[in-house]
Write a protein of this length. Structure first.
Lengths: 587, 219
């Protein structure tokens, strides 16, 4: 194995969090930074040629290749886990920019009470209301700690939206339930597709408080504080699973990479698959010494580094910690250990499928074009008499309907699945149906966790990560509640027919939900119940930081990217201002 | 070396105008033309005829418009099976293979190619039977994995970009009013509320101005 020249910082993963950290350290420090991205380079200039539903949205051309590495899944510890042989419920990205290239660009902040979920829930409802095997934790930070960093993300991405609460002052048209923000959004809300206008009008008349989905698919030309300019969205409807053909959607390659390339102290290495974090433990301390990666030709390298920053996707962060033997694996039976605990996945369902008389023109859209509402979210409604805790966002967005995925969504009265009757119904309803989406919180449970699989291996022969994951009654009853509300709304929108979501049942790896998988290396105020401290620094190893969704103690309803980026800013501050001068524990 | 297989079709036997894609080229045949020879990448001719017949019962050509036959669905499926998808190039295929809960997805070792070849075995010649008999055959296999693949692939072949061999002349997109990779809907998205807006479809080649490598042509 060849040993490379030492760098100050090795960043594992070239997606949103890794490249944001690289940009910050490159701009603000003289540290030498090497970003190691296992996928290939990406050329946003080629995204126009990628507007192909089959290869990108059905065959997943921008995603990690499961033939190289996947995960195994079981619902309970009593079952034997089997590999997820083709991706379904989540779609991790590969290549420079990671999943940040093919995201929809929905940019919610977390609601303030989410960060103190355990203490606030106990205070209001008492500990007895918590589910029996819950593993809910507070984050160790509050919304106030994150607000300045959320605002920096707003500016970085140029997010389009409407504020509801500017420094405590209520603003009409925004979300009245949001945490305070220091300023209005940098750009005005994006245009409103027909379906979303029907939703806005219906929910307003029903007494709800709809607001425009905050969007990284920006409404108009915007230049960010780094001097990077992006154009306004063209509503082509090719966001999710695609790169943006005009660079309107904020992506790491169009928002961070142009700045990073100017910094001589930052280098980006593609095709470098990190297999281990090398570390040493003495009586006094544990320290990361660098990482070992394999390149495309199969050769292994040791990249020595003073500081290692893990910034790959949630499940890969956690797996790398397991493979490297860093931290104490979680043992739910004994209630010991922390690594791998609190696996959560945002609850995402079509709460209602609605059918209309008029055509909806749903091919026109953008990843974050639409209206949503927080009325049924978090603890914004009283749960004293309800059979579940918490809630979620209910919304009507039009991300752009494409025909392979959407042909054949039919009222339940149509039972044919092929032939002339099916064709007739499918043609009629093709552009006369839409879903109202519910995005709900997933609480943490002791029985939902990650460890290494004893049987299945990746293409190098390393064990796959094993997920033990299933829904509980809290999520199932929450979805039933939201689905009933969604059907009412659909009727108020003028739907001639609307049916509620099927029961959530057991965790289904074949149904796409979101790529918002969280936990495993969670943050917290104490090393007894968390893996990283509130600065995302490993409790046991001060020169190792772990960014990303793996730090979330549990899922909150909204999408995680804003919070991942805000936390990355906060950690970058801590490294640039404090750690670089005194490389020791920050908390 | 394997004998080169062709799908030989008589345009006259189908009637009317027939449009088929021949290795990236669109060809039109009218009722006056002689038989067409379409080179196959995976299927034998007998298999292709059976798939064409079954796909056109799944998505029939009728008074509501064209179907799988005119869209070239069999050509689309032939190319997909010949390419990386057909041999599970990007699926996790390490053993052991065990049956699992349906929520874990397909756990078998058979590739799409193998599922087709096995599924088609007893169905060869179905194209020579009556439409009623073809429908009966489909009902009999409705619960098989082969049927699920055939149904999904028929929809894919109806609505994929024409570069993949199906959706010839964008007839699938015209059927449902999908305009393809249309560059901008900026001026229209917040207009046409409640009324159909149906711009003329464009293909990926139209907007990219060059041919794009399709996944089925990757190694």
């Amino acid at each position: 194995m060849k040993t490379l020249p030492r760098v100050d910082v090795a960043i594992v993963g070239g997606g949103w969090s890794g490249l944001l950290m690289a940009k910050e350290l490159g701009s603000r420090t003289a540290l030498s930074v090497a970003v190691l991205e296992r996928g290939g380079p990406r050329d946003p200039g080629e995204y126009l040629a990628g507007m192909d539903e089959l290869d990108y949205a059905i065959r997943f051309r921008m995603m990690q290749d499961p033939s190289e590495q996947t995960v195994t899944l079981r619902h309970t510890r009593q079952q034997r886990a089997l590999p997820i042989r083709q991706y379904g419920s989540f779609l991790p990205g590969s290549g420079v920019g990671g999943a940040g290239e093919h995201w929809n660009g929905v940019c919610h902040r977390g609601l303030p009470d989410s960060f103190e979920l355990l203490s606030r829930t106990i205070k209001k409802y008492g500990a007895k209301r918590l589910p029996e095997d819950h593993a809910i934790e507070d984050w160790g930070i509050t919304y106030e700690d994150l607000e300045p960093h959320y605002s920096r993300v707003d500016q970085l991405l140029g997010i389009s939206g409407k504020a509801g609460n500017v420094r405590g002052k209520r603003v009409e048209g925004g979300n009245p339930f949001e945490g305070w923000r220091s300023a209005e959004y940098p750009t005005p809300p994006v245009k409103v597709p027909y379906v979303s206008e029907l939703f806005r009008s219906a929910t307003t008349s029903l007494g709800y408080h709809p607001f425009p989905i905050p969007a990284a698919t920006i409404s108009t030309t915007y230049t960010n504080p780094d001097g990077v300019t992006r154009p306004g969205c063209a509503y082509c409807g090719f966001c999710e699973r695609f790169g943006c053909m005009i660079g309107s959607k904020a992506q790491p390659t169009n928002t961070l990479l142009p700045v990073i390339l100017k910094h001589k102290n930052v280098s980006l290495h593609t095709g470098t698959w990190v297999r281990r974090i090398v570390h040493e433990t003495t009586e006094r301390a544990s320290r990361a010494r660098g990482v070992i990666y394999r390149d495309r030709a199969g050769e292994e390298f040791l990249q020595p580094a003073e500081l290692v920053i893990l910034a790959s996707w949630t499940l890969n962060n956690v797996r790398l910690l397991f493979l490297s033997g860093i931290g104490q694996p979680y043992n739910p039976a004994a209630g010991k250990g922390t690594l791998g605990r609190n696996l959560t996945h945002q609850v995402s369902v079509a709460a209602a499928q609605a059918f209309f008389e008029k055509p909806l023109n749903r091919f026109m859209g953008a990843g974050a074009a639409g209206f949503t509402m927080s009325d049924l979210d978090a603890d914004l409604f009283d749960h004293s008499e309800l059979p579940f805790l918490r809630g979620g966002l209910l919304e009507a967005s039009v991300t752009g309907s494409r025909p392979i995925a959407n042909f054949g969504t039919l009222p339940r009265s149509v039972t044919d699945r092929w032939g002339s009757n099916w064709k007739k119904a499918a043609l009629h309803f093709y552009d006369r149906t839409c879903s109202l989406t519910f995005l709900g919180e997933h609480l943490a449970y002791k029985g939902n966790f990650m460890d290494l699989d004893p049987t299945y291996k990746d293409h190098f022969g390393d064990p796959l990560l094993r997920l033990t994951l299933d829904w509980r009654d809290n999520e199932r009853k929450m979805v039933e509640f939201a689905a009933a509300k969604a059907v009412e709304i659909a009727k108020a929108m003028g739907a001639t027919e609307a049916f509620p979501s099927a029961s959530l049942g057991n965790y289904d790896a074949t149904r796409y939900q979101s790529t918002h998988v969280q936990g495993g290396a969670i943050m917290g105020a104490s090393p007894l119940n968390s893996v990283v401290n509130p600065y995302l620094q490993h409790w046991d190893m001060p020169n190792l930081f772990v960014l990303g969704g793996s730090s979330f103690p549990q899922n909150f309803s909204s999408h995680p990217t804003m919070t991942i980026l805000a936390q990355t800013f906060r950690t970058a501050d801590a490294i640039a201002e404090r750690y670089s001068k005194h490389p020791e524990a920050l908390a | 070396m394997k004998r080169r297989e062709f799908l030989v079709l008589s345009a006259a036997s189908i009637g009317g105008v027939l449009v088929y894609s021949l290795d990236r080229k669109v060809s039109r045949a009218s009722a006056d033309d002689h038989a067409m020879r379409i080179p196959l990448r995976f299927f034998t001719q007998d298999e292709a005829l059976a798939v064409a017949a079954l796909a056109s019962r799944i998505f029939p050509s009728d008074d509501l418009g064209p179907g799988a036959r005119e869209a070239g669905v069999v050509i689309y499926i032939d190319r997909q099976l010949a390419g990386p998808y057909g041999r599970d190039r990007h699926r996790y295929t390490q053993g052991p293979f065990e049956d699992g809960l349906p929520e874990l997805g397909y756990q078998g070792s058979a590739t799409p190619r193998e599922i087709y070849r096995q599924g088609l075995g007893p169905l060869l010649g179905v194209d020579r039977r009556s439409v009623a008999e073809q429908d009966k055959t489909l009902h009999e296999i409705e619960r098989t994995l082969f049927f699920e693949l055939l149904r999904s692939h028929t929809i894919e072949g109806m609505f994929c970009d024409p570069m993949h061999g199906g959706n010839v002349d964008m007839i699938g997109w015209q059927l449902v009013g999908f305009p393809g990779p249309r560059m901008s809907n900026y001026d229209e998205i917040d207009k046409h509320y409640g009324e159909a807006f149906r711009p003329k479809p464009v293909s990926l080649r139209d907007i990219a101005g060059k041919s794009v490598q399709a996944s089925e042509d990757e190694r």
